[in-house]
Design a protein around this ligand. Sequence first.
Ligand code: PEP
Ligand code: MG
Length: 565
Amino acid sequence: MSSTVSPPATATTVVLTGTPVVPGAAVGPVVRPMGAVRVPSDTGAAVPEGEREAEKARFRAAAHLVAERLTARAAAATGVSAEVLSTTAGIARDRALQTTAEQRIDEGRPAEVAAVQAAQQFMDMFSALGGLMAERVPDVRDVRDRIVAELTGQGEPGVPAPEVPSVLLADDLAPADTAGLDPARILGLATRLGGTTSHTAIIARQLGLPCVVGVGGLDDVPVGATVLIDGEQGTVTVNPAPEQARSRVEDARLAAEALAGYEGPGRTRDGHVVQVLANVQDGAGARAAVAAHAEGVGLFRTELAFLGRAQEPSVEEQAAGYAEVLAAFPGRKVVVRTLDAGSDKPLAFATPPDEANPALGVRGLRVARRDPGLLERQLDAIAEAAARTGSTPWVMAPMVATVPEAAGFAAAVRSRGLVPGVMIEVPSAALHAERLLAHVDFLSIGTNDLSQYALAADRLSADLAELTDPWQPALLELVALTAAAGRRTGKPVGVCGEAAADPMLGCVLVGLGISSLSCATSAVARVGARLATVDLATCERAAEAALATDDPHAARAAARAVLEG
Ligand code: PEP
Ligand code: MG
């Protein structure tokens, strides 16, 4: 995170920089989320016993209203936004939360204090569980604030609905706030916190709202000031020159229009073939990817369907789910990843609950060390899905660190007539890419994890978002190393981390020798269309320029100078 003052277009123009997340440009007056809800503390004053039933009814009514409002917004939304809003509504409706709050009221607490104490109990529990459960904490806090606001007559928290189309600046946003944004009123957003994989980023991407996160100096920008958000360059320009702002927004609009014409297949302007694939998690996602002209699936995250499960799903249930994805792309490339359980995606039936350091613990392929049968049964299910759909999926393992791990996995996959590969997410695997390719038929680089392990920075840490920026030159060096191994052996090396969703970085990755890019479905057209504007030699020069820099901002600038020069 950094802030710089650029040569001013007018005396008061200030350019703040952050991490670009969703391309596009928007200009407008600044709005900010409503002030924080005042959360009551426990004064010790007890509600008389005779009034406690009424107090409980007051709590239930407030929670009900909050749940209904969120449900209505979910019904008006689609995709990830609808899911986030429904999940938050579900928390407001949760029986356990209600029972806990009612117990507190029985002990004499007023409804608003009971709401705070009950929510705190759940937040503590989720924090202690860690991983994805810990990610629920902001949702519970959001629900708490909404219920307290209702009970105490404070205005509904969250994002205002301005009359004049505006840009939203915030410290961070609750997932439900981002999901509820109306793109007709909020044209773009920037936050002080948050990384490229945060909820804000994911939802902004789905809504197509220009978005920059991790912006230093954002606190000082006053409400009402005119701001230009540039989601491609990662800048927030305060008081931009009006002509410059208009032309930047117009350029971005024209670029977006060009995208609408993208139908694949992916190739550079001079015809160099690069598959542009989608990352999916289920059959519905795969069908949406077909509609977006993805050429296939570069990453099927199988674990996401089983996150809340206590028991391992049967081979039959798994086979049915996998077959849905394979059936969406008959005769096309589909890369199925075996369960990437652990760390931020714990699966109760697969991962140890009490690891001190789960990101470095038993996750991904390492789960098979404790329970080889789990992997065997999943491979059986993938083979069954392949037989039912008449396809030959590629199958890859996450979190591979050594050659023997790759060799063992490859043998198990080949014995079922499937095509084996491994993900490159650990620096040791990048260093030994060529040796891995002696055993497997392809590699797929997971830049999200590779950056966290190469830079020793938690990928979920907002404070360290700059370290896990996919433009980090050291990360690009590891990608280059891996791609070179692919070229030497004549085997494909793709990228399936968030890096592949950045159109300009996509060109750089191709310049490094990457043969396929797999990204969120919403980014497929943008990535494919951008690639079609440049030739391979230019991509290679952009890659060289980016590799020669020392930080992600300089890498972006160097690549842009080549690609747009
Ligand atoms: C990655 O690490 O880049 C990746 C694609 O895997 P996931 O994001 O699911 O960990
Ligand atoms: Mg990963």
